[in-house]
Design a protein around this ligand. Structure first.
Ligand code: ZN
Length: 145
């Protein structure tokens, strides 16, 4: 493991917009507010869900399907971070969503998650930019030293 040291400098606590796409909303908020390094936490409810799974053997994200008629959903847990990719703030977010029976669907958040209500906490850190770059082992865009 390696790590850099950061100082928590600011916490935003607010609500996402009804009908907005969760991932786009988080990314636009980070861009507008100059957030470059942060942790993200969200609970609430969503009308639709967009999640993906990374296949480690083929090195591809594939959208997860099969739950479309199970919604709307609760956001049971949603956590992520903001770092820099291609020179811009990039939100990497994972989400667990529950249907009316309490069955959960989870994965890597992609566009297609429509907010019903979202309580968002974004903790902003000060320090060197965490920059994503190609990682040979995983073929993912991961934080570079
Ligand atoms: Zn992910």
């Amino acid at each position: 493991m390696w790590a850099k040291e950061y100082k928590l400098t600011k916490t935003f606590i607010g609500r996402g917009s009804f009908d907005a796409d969760l991932l786009r909303e988080l990314t636009e908020f980070a861009e507008k507010n100059g957030v470059r390094t942060a942790s993200i936490s969200v609970i609430g409810a969503i009308q639709t869900l967009g999640i993906a799974y990374y296949y480690q053997d083929s090195h591809k994200y594939e959208n997860i399907t099969g739950f479309e008629n199970k919604g709307p959903f609760e956001i049971v847990s949603c956590s992520g971070n903001v770092s820099i990719k291609d020179g811009k703030p990039f939100c990497h977010v994972h989400l667990v969503a529950a249907d009316a029976d309490g069955h959960c669907y989870a994965g890597h958040l992609v566009e297609g998650t429509k907010i019903f209500a979202a309580e968002i906490i974004m903790q902003v850190f000060e320090g060197d930019d965490l920059v994503r770059g190609f990682d040979e082992d995983t073929k993912l865009s991961l934080w570079q030293k």
